[in-house]
Structures are given as structure tokens and as C-alpha cells.
Ligand binder design. Structure first.
Ligand SMILES: Nc1ccn([C@@H]2O[C@H](COP(=O)(O)OP(=O)(O)OP(=O)(O)O)[C@@H](O)[C@H]2O)c(=O)n1
Ligand SMILES: C[C@](O)(CO)[C@H](O)COP(=O)(O)O
Length: 227
């Protein structure tokens, strides 16, 4: 299984002056934790990391420091996550039929989750890891008035890994570029093109490190997991 890691963001919501994936979390750069989990996944045989050129050296240092024992390629990222994934898809080795996309910022995903996700691609053309929503969700208008309360039993919070047949995902990305769609995950491109996407139950702890509060929670989770 081929894995693409979008790692080319700015981390604006983190309020940091550099890519949040280079910040230290429990003694290592955040991205190192993501790579360590990918390295321990049996299913993953190749890793592509989409990054901004100013981060290439730092990312190469992380790869060297943790001694990733699988082929790893650093790929130029884009202005948005969607464009970074597009670039990653173009850089996949010839013959790659299926791919997992996993946010560098979801550094607490376990190797078991990667392996379960990889197995899911035997039964569908596209899936996402997701967990049931715990809160009551409100749909609100632009003036701050509630319009609706959707049935929570049907709401799932999207995570990554998300996995796809490469040919299909490439076609959906091309359609998105042609029609100027802007989406925040890859599944949305398949949905807009009318293709089914399955849910694989994700992990409660697989949070996306977005704000300083998330960093503190991740620090706690790692301290509980590790000796
Ligand atoms: N141009 C971009 C933007 C985001 N990402 C990646 O997509 C993942 C999810 O994005 P997010 O958490 O929103 O990261 P940032 O864009 O860095 O955060 P922010 O929106 O707060 O700036 C991250 O691993 C991020 O590095 C990417 O590869 N290319
Ligand atoms: C793909 C994702 O992690 C699923 O939750 C998320 O949509 C990334 O979006 P963001 O807007 O870049 O945080």
C-alpha cells in the first residue's frame, strides 16, 4: 500500500511562526510520530510526504533521525491541502493501484488503524476513517440563528487515513480542478462525482493537531501510551 502524507500546511490556527508539524511533541517533531506509526504499519510499502520547499531540509532530517526503513519521497506541496494531495498523486510510483492519504497533523493514528484501513480497500473503491459525533450539532444561519438540528445517529466526524483506487481518485481530482471545487478532504471529491465512499471506524485519539490545546492533549495521550 502506498501512503501520501500532506505536510505542506502553515499551521495558522496553531499560531506558530513555522509549520506546526515541525514543533516538538513529547520529545520529537510532530511529523516524526506520524512517520513512526506509518513505519510500523505492515501494509505500507512506500511513503510520499508533500511539503513546502522551505521545510524540505527539516523533513529530511526527521526521516534520517527516525531511520524510516521504507522508501520515502519528499514531494512539493501546493497552496491548499487539496493541491498538495494532487501533487502527491502525480508523484506516485508507476503501478500504484491503491493509496492511503493521511494528514501529517494526525500524529496519533496507530499502525493498527493504517493496517485496518489498508484492508478496507479490498472491499471498496474509497473509504474514510471516521468516528460517530458525540455532540449535538446545529446548522446555523449567517446571523447566528439555528436552522436545524440534524439526526446525530447519522453524523460522523471525518478523519484520515482516507483510501482510494488511485485511478479513480486521480479522475475525481482532475474533475475538481476543472470545476474549481474546493474541498477539505479527498472523499468529498468522490462524493461530488457521485461515487460511493465507505466508513471505517477510526480512533477517538486520532485527533488532528490544529490548535495549541490539541498539542497539549496529544502530549498527554503520548505520555500515557509510552513508557
Ligand atoms: N497547503 C497545504 C495545507 C495543508 N496541508 C496539510 O494538510 C493537513 C491538514 O491540514 P491542517 O490541519 O488544516 O493544517 P494547516 O493548513 O497547517 O493548518 P491551518 O489551516 O491552521 O493553517 C496537515 O497535515 C497539513 O500539513 C498540506 O499538505 N498542504
Ligand atoms: C481531512 C481532514 O483531516 C478530515 O477531518 C480535514 O478535513 C482536514 O481539513 P482542514 O480544514 O485542513 O483542517
Amino acid at each position: 500500500m502506498y501512503l501520501l502524507i500532506p505536510a505542506a500546511g502553515m499551521g495558522k490556527r496553531m499560531g506558530s511562526d513555522r509549520n506546526k508539524l515541525l514543533l516538538t511533541l513529547h520529545g520529537k517533531p510532530l511529523l516524526a510520530w506520524t512517520l513512526l506509526a506509518a513505519m510500523q504499519s505492515r501494509a505500507i510499502i512506500w511513503i510520499g510526504i508533500m511539503a513546502q520547499p522551505e521545510d524540505f531540509n527539516d523533513i529530511q532530517e526527521i526521516i534520517t533521525a527516525i531511520n524510516v526503513l521504507k522508501p520515502v519521497q519528499i514531494i512539493q506541496g501546493g497552496e491548499t491541502r487539496q493541491k498538495s494531495v494532487y501533487n502527491g498523486l502525480q508523484a506516485l510510483p508507476e503501478g500504484a493501484e491503491t493509496v492511503l492519504i493521511h494528514d501529517g497533523a494526525r500524529c496519533l493514528a496507530t499502525p493498527e488503524l493504517f493496517d485496518r484501513c489498508a484492508a478496507a480497500l479490498a472491499t471498496c473503491q474509497g473509504f474514510i476513517a471516521a468516528i460517530p459525533v458525540k455532540d449535538t450539532i446545529k446548522i446555523v444561519d449567517s446571523k447566528g440563528w439555528i436552522e436545524d438540528t440534524p439526526d446525530r445517529s447519522r453524523l460522523w466526524a471525518a478523519q484520515t487515513p482516507q483510501g482510494f483506487q488511485v485511478k479513480l481518485l486521480k479522475e475525481c481530482h482532475e474533475q475538481g480542478r476543472k470545476l474549481d471545487w474546493e474541498v477539505t478532504d479527498d472523499a468529498a471529491l468522490l462524493e461530488k462525482c457521485g461515487f460511493p465512499v465507505k466508513i471505517v471506524v477510526g480512533e477517538e485519539t486520532n485527533l488532528k493537531i490544529t490548535t495549541p490545546g490539541d498539542l497539549a492533549i496529544a502530549e498527554y495521550i503520548l505520555s500515557q501510551r509510552l513508557p
